[in-house]
Write a protein that binds this ligand. Sequence first.
Ligand SMILES: C[S@@+](CC[C@H](N)C(=O)[O-])C[C@H]1O[C@@H](n2cnc3c(N)ncnc32)[C@H](O)[C@@H]1O
Length: 415
Amino acid sequence: MLSDITDKDIEFKDYKKQSDIHGTALYPAVMIAPIQKKILKELLSEDNTIHTVFDPFHGSGTALYEASTLSSDIDVIGCDINPLANLFTRVKLEGINIQHIYKDIDSLKSFINTSSTVQIEKLSFHKIEKWFKPDIIDALSLLKSAITNIKCKRNRLYFWYMLSDIIRKYSNTRSTTYKLHIRPQTMIDSLPSGDCLIEDYISRVEKNVNKFKYHTSKYKLYKEDILSKIKHFHSNNFDISITSPPYGDNATTVPYGQFSMLSLYIIDKKDLKLEGWELENYSIIDNHSLGGKKSKVVLSDFEKSLLEPYLSKIKESMHKKVITFFSDYFSFLKELVRVTNKYIIITLGHRTVDRVKINLTQITQDYLVQYHFNNILTRTRDIKKKRIPKVTSIVDDQPVSSMNKEYISIFQYQE
Ligand SMILES: C[S@@+](CC[C@H](N)C(=O)[O-])C[C@H]1O[C@@H](n2cnc3c(N)ncnc32)[C@H](O)[C@@H]1O
């Protein structure tokens, strides 16, 4: 039963993403797949009227993929503002075209082997030389031409997906942070060559084929800002909403956009879902994300009262970024309760601002209960490995801790 799930049951200490589809490409702050699967499985076995699962911030598609593989009766619907997240999730749900994949891998290899006889268009975008060495630019240009040449769209998207980790690994940006942050010159000098990159890429493409054999057509993904998209869904449209939203503005928490930009500049635009503004600069996706926009902030008295215990301890110059984030977050929650029919499952972390830990789980519970979504279960889990260190900075000689626990809360609509 759902209520029997303990903190221990969701530890999954030995779970390694590398063993399944979720470890095939890196994306920041992903959910732990077996946790989402366990909860969804319980709910589906307790209630056989569940047919739609919605993730409004789907990221790399962890929850949607797990929901979809649990039952062929389930339609999964998702939204994310980041075109790389959209591509990742699409590839996980669509899978590869098994009949053509080996032929397509052979075509890719033969294109690469005969590349000296064809004109390869050299990659070019703003600051490319800062982020890649010349032989890496040549190797990536060759791979881009080879992938663009693949006719089968499902397989082409898989090839782009597999290129994303390679792009980061061979770039001049550090692997210790999701931000774009240049490596020291000595490390750049010792990066492997463009030839190694191509070999590494082909080997990953071949090695991971078996993880992409699942296919569903019962999905719908939106590459949009959820704050506008969610208004267009009918009330009670989704039986379950399962998600992990950003815990603060991207710029000062997790820069999903910046993490994705090098891939987004390289992948063929025709194979990305773009509204048109996403490639304007390296920070634009983060600036358009939850809490990033400079739009007018309007909080109700009730919303203000939820933030007051924290704001009263945070210095005034830092209030704006907290309030801006929560203004978006509350607008989102208000619509989420309208479009969700039965359950909301939400994974949250608590960020620290001015040494004050903001209890997003409590704030969310207090908000949702006003709309008849009662908290039926909350479980806590230690975050094992993080790119953000547990201690992020020292203020007034005191270490300031970053998030090191996550909270999974389940809410049920009860009239
Ligand atoms: C914590 S991540 C989700 C990770 C996901 N659960 C997974 O397992 O991969 C939050 C996601 O919210 C997206 N996001 C931020 N602001 C958004 C907005 N206004 N509309 C839609 N998506 C947004 C980010 O691009 C990011 O992918």
